[in-house]
Design a protein around this ligand. Structure first.
Ligand code: ZN
Length: 440
């Protein structure tokens, strides 16, 4: 297997692929989704702006098997789009291509082109592990029993052998599964030639910080040098809209997760750069101040994962352009409205659409550019913003995919107005509040 060489000829940078040197994800990284492979440059521009503001935020282009299937694209197209953007803008820092939410079944098509793997084991949570393995795990970790003081946290963890056993019963099979996927990737790419993430977010129940610590102990036992971990946090992380839940509770939980990670790094010999990955992280404006405050306090990194927010900026840019492009944006809405059941079904656990708040396609047909963009653009507190319409369009990218070249031609014809929206959204509304720490 050949190793992808960096496009930029210069000294080694954080995370760069260099023979004999393991890839190491930088402290701050942003996951970006580029469904139609046309916005990589505009997204990278946001990272360039962050650099100008004095902070390195490394881009990770993520696309799941589900997205590729819906769009009808191959992982290679994402690789080409990312490489071309890096070359065009002369980005000299690291960047990655994430095989998002892969399992043993789906990892195959991503092995050649990706260098970041989000190993999804949510479906295996709760599966029974053999009793002997549970016993071995519990006996192997006497240090987890009793009181565990965490640096920087006001609370301590308290574990009995019974609760350790129960948690192991819940997660051990999932972690073993992650190990199998990890070793499959190692066999294909070689150790150190990719960033491994383990994700458990696509499940109903949140993982508590103490469960996270136990999961990390099991991941270490399994020999996975995990660099990012995506737990399910409490509260709702609906697609493309704000956090729904108790922000103060989230803040406490997030800080304890950071403390658990710091403890796991020093006690289980996990990579020093191990950090939290916040999935469905786009547009969670109300928790960004808490995330920023916590990572600052713990001197921790974070991976903020966004995806569909960029596709919505494509629609906003098209609507803003007016004419044929606005008409197309309205068509996308009309068709998404007509097929809402089918489009929403795969995303049922991550959207909350109030059907009573959806305007009729006829009404939208009569909208100006300003009316369309004001309803769709996610600006906190804006009166015309409609989160139900936004979520419906979020899951409606299949409609645009079916339009094929008609959609892509209009993207290309209106590149600059779309790019402006994509960059501004990623930088002003995501990178600034999370990594630089100003208010949205
Ligand atoms: Zn996820």
């Amino acid at each position: 297997m050949s190793i992808r060489q960096p496009l930029i000829e210069s000294g080694p940078k954080t995370g760069e692929t260099v023979e004999g040197k393991a890839l190491k994800l930088a402290k701050y990284s942003v996951g970006t989704g580029d469904r139609f492979a046309h916005q990589a440059k505009a997204q990278l521009q946001a990272c360039m702006q962050a650099l100008e503001a004095g902070i390195e935020v490394v881009p990770v282009w993520n696309k799941s098997n589900r997205e590729h299937s819906i769009i009808g694209s191959e992982p290679l197209s994402a690789r080409q789009a990312a490489d071309a953007a890096v070359k065009a803008l002369g980005w000299k820092h690291a960047y990655y291509l994430d095989a998002d939410h892969i399992t043993l079944k789906t990892v195959g098509r991503f092995l050649d082109v990706c260098d970041f793997y989000t190993i999804d084991v949510a479906d295996s949570i709760g599966e029974a592990a053999p009793a002997a393995e549970i016993d071995r795990f519990v006996h192997h970790h006497p240090e987890l029993l009793g009181r565990i003081e965490l640096e920087g946290a006001t609370e301590a963890f308290n574990l009995t052998s019974e609760s350790l056993r129960q948690t192991a019963q819940k997660y051990l099979a999932a972690v073993k599964q992650a190990g199998e996927v990890y070793r499959t990737i190692v066999n294909a790419k070689g150790e150190g030639n990719f960033i491994p993430e383990v994700s458990m977010d696509e499940t109903d129940a949140a993982q508590s910080p103490i469960e996270l610590l136990i999961i990390l102990a099991a991941i270490a036992d399994e020999g996975i040098p995990v660099q990012t971990i995506a737990p399910k946090f409490s509260g709702r992380f609906n697609k493309g809209v704000d956090y729904v839940g108790d922000v103060a509770h989230f803040e406490t939980e997030f800080a304890l997760d950071l403390a658990a990670i710091a403890y796991a790094v020093s006690h289980f010999n996990l990579p020093k750069n191990l950090k939290l990955s916040v999935h469905s992280g786009s547009d969670k404006f109300s928790i960004y101040p808490a995330i920023h405050a916590a990572i600052t306090r713990f001197n921790a990194g974070v991976h903020l994962k966004t995806a569909g927010t960029t596709w919505l900026e494509e629609l906003i840019g098209l609507a803003e352009a007016g004419g044929d492009a606005l008409a197309l944006a309205k068509d996308v809405y009309a068709q998404a409205f007509a097929h809402s059941e089918e489009l929403c079904a795969p995303y049922a656990t991550v959207i909350d659409i109030d059907k009573g708040k959806l305007p009729s396609p006829d009404e939208v047909r009569g909208w100006t550019s300003e009316q369309f963009t004001a309803a769709l653009r996610h600006v906190r507190g804006a009166a015309a913003y409609n989160s139900s319409l936004r979520q419906l369009l979020h899951v409606g990218f299949k409609v645009a995919a079916k339009m094929g070249t008609h959609y892509l031609d209009l993207l290309e014809a209106n590149e600059s107005i779309i790019a402006k929206n994509v960059t501004e959204n990623l930088y002003e509304r995501h990178i600034v509040p999370v990594f630089l720490g100003s208010k949205v």
